[in-house]
Design a protein around this ligand. Structure first.
Ligand code: 5GP
Ligand code: MN
Length: 349
């Protein structure tokens, strides 16, 4: 089934071949994207826990390690990390009979593992909600209006006719992606998101405790870093309804910034009255990374894909550039006027 309308594209090939294969125990590998977030981890763990009930052998491979703040998720400690054990991960992919790619849509998002997945004879599954999915999988469930890949994992289990097998742990993993990709149901939601959330709550999710574990576990260091970003590193361009926060390599050292510490900082810019576009631009060891957010029609996906070799969603995208931090900030500022003109029109002047 392929449904096109001007807002969303839903691709869902026939699930029958996959259903047939899942009738006998399989060697399954689940892969998600680098710097895994709540949705990447939640969808991978939910699918893994679900499939384990049918005696499949399931391995989750993460290109890079997960933030410690997600350490409470069931079985997260069992994930293999490509950056830490590359040979073992490539071996695991080569042995798999089914490879599931979750929460990313093109094989170049998983670095070297992409080549192994492409070369593998395994049955390939893609479940994702990013724009412009690559057609590399044998079974694809791709829906750009879905709030999260976790929401699509629920749909996938529904298509298999097995929602009665959703345990409390599976529901908790899925709910994690729902709340992290929607900022606790503040954006990217549809009526379906709330339906799925209601089902998961019925399956036993303690959503108050989950929100507390995910959002109220800042360390003092992270809080100070947030203060530093807002007080010292924020630049506003009101004429373009845009805010920018930059972090230098020196900031990374001074604040001993670790994986996950900068998660969500970009969203603070959108709390400012009149700001509709937010950019968080950081100097990494070899590249400069951009994290972009917007409100309404303004598509940061367009900016990320056209100018920074990236992509994502209309209102949340990312990209990168091999250049000096100041040059990347200048490039971002130089492309802004054309998009401000396109999306805000005369309002931006
Ligand atoms: P974040 O800003 O949180 O890193 O990412 C926001 C969204 O953009 C996520 O859905 C993420 O998958 C996507 N994204 C981030 N960086 C890149 C990138 O370099 N390339 C592509 N294609 N997508 C990205
Ligand atoms: Mn996602």
């Amino acid at each position: 089934m392929v449904i096109f309308n001007f807002l969303c594209i839903v691709i869902e090939n026939s699930i029958e071949e996959l259903k047939k294969r899942l009738k006998t125990p399989q060697d399954i590998v689940i892969i998600t994207h680098r710097n895994p977030d709540g949705d990447a981890l939640g969808s991978s763990l939910a699918l893994s826990l679900f499939l384990q009930q049918y005696f499949h052998k399931v391995d989750i491979i993460l290109p890079s390690d997960y933030p410690q703040s997600f350490g409470f998720l069931p079985q997260v400690e069992k994930c293999k990390v490509y950056d830490l054990e590359p040979e073992l991960c490539l071996d695991t992919i080569n042995r798999a009979s089914i490879v599931c790619c979750l929460d990313f849509n093109s094989l170049d998002r998983i670095d070297k593992m992409g080549e192994s997945v492409e070369a593998s004879n395994a049955f390939k599954v893609l479940i994702d909600h990013h724009m412009h999915p690559e057609p590399f999988a044998d079974y694809t469930l791709s829906e750009t209006t879905a709030s999260s890949t976790c929401e699509l994992i629920y749909t996938f289990i529904e298509l298999l006719g097995e929602t009665n097998r959703i345990s409390e742990d599976i529901a908790t993993a899925m709910f994690t992606g729902l709340i992290t990709d929607t900022g606790s149901f503040k954006y990217a939601t549809t009526d379906r998101t709330f339906e799925v959330a209601a089902h998961l709550k019925r399956h036993g999710v303690d959503d108050y405790s989950l929100q507390d574990k995910i959002f109220n576990t800042y360390s003092a260091k992270q809080m100070r870093l947030l203060g530093h970003c807002i007080y010292n590193r924020m630049e506003l361009l009101p004429e373009y309804h845009t805010g920018i926060i930059t972090l230098t390599k020196a900031d990374y050292e001074e604040y001993s910034i670790e994986r996950g510490d900068t998660e969500g900082i970009v969203n603070y810019l959108l709390m400012l009255d009149g700001i509709k576009v937010a950019a968080f631009i950081t100097e990494q060891p070899t590249i400069v990374k951009l994290s972009l957010r917007s409100k309404g029609d303004f598509s940061v996906q367009e900016i990320a894909s056209k100018h920074f070799k990236g992509g994502g969603h209309k209102n949340a995208s990312g990209g990168s550039a091999y250049a000096k931090l100041s040059a990347v900030v200048d490039r971002f500022k130089s492309v802004l006027p054309q998009y401000a003109e396109k999306y805000f029109g005369t309002e931006s002047n």
